[in-house]
Design a binder for this molecule. Structure first.
Ligand SMILES: Nc1ncnc2c1ncn2[C@@H]1O[C@H](COP(=O)(O)OP(=O)(O)OP(=O)(O)O)[C@@H](O)[C@H]1O
Ligand SMILES: [Mg+2]
Length: 146
């Protein structure tokens, strides 16, 4: 499935829509160059999951964890990883990320997943690819099954 969004809110809304299809344990990998909308998408996804806090980019923290407080929800947390500044996979393991990635009560979103291929190797991942479009405010967003 691929769509072209023309505004930031449209990308956010797509994140919200994808959120409704997710279950605990799911891992969503967001591929794409700088500024293609991965964090914007994650903000919508978080809102869709019922995260009340503001989502900020984990570029420097590497991993942010948000509580999900929707009544009756089986998912307790959203983990947002950004490996852009990661030196190696060991650094992410060192901050305890393995306890969260793919854990049953957690949904994990990873920006720059290509940096942690061995960590993700044995896991089922939903891959979403972001690209700049024809105009400065256009983005192509494609969900792949592989
Ligand atoms: N259609 C659109 N969808 C999403 N963002 C858009 C769109 N049009 C313009 N933008 C702008 O593009 C930028 C996307 O930034 P965002 O932080 O989401 O990128 P990113 O892919 O997470 O980059 P990074 O790899 O640096 O983390 C924002 O400034 C946003 O306002
Ligand atoms: Mg980002």
């Amino acid at each position: 499935m691929r769509l072209t969004t023309k505004t930031e809110p449209e990308t956010k809304n797509f994140g919200k829509k994808i959120a409704s299809t997710l279950r605990g344990g799911d891992i969503v990998a967001l591929y794409g160059e700088l500024g293609t909308g991965k964090t914007v998408f994650t903000k919508g996804l978080a809102a869709g999951l019922g995260v009340k806090e503001e989502i900020t980019s984990p570029t420097f923290t590497l991993m942010n964890i948000y509580k999900i407080q929707s009544p009756g929800s089986k998912v307790q947390s959203l983990v947002h990883v950004d490996t852009y500044r990661l030196k190696n996979e060991a650094e992410l393991i060192g901050i305890g990320a393995e306890d969260y990635i793919g854990a049953p009560g957690t949904i994990t979103v990873i920006e720059w997943p290509e940096k942690i291929t061995s960590l993700l190797k044995l896991k089922t991942v939903i891959n979403i690819h972001f690209k700049h479009g024809q105009t400065p405010s256009e983005r192509s967003v494609e969900v792949r099954d592989n």
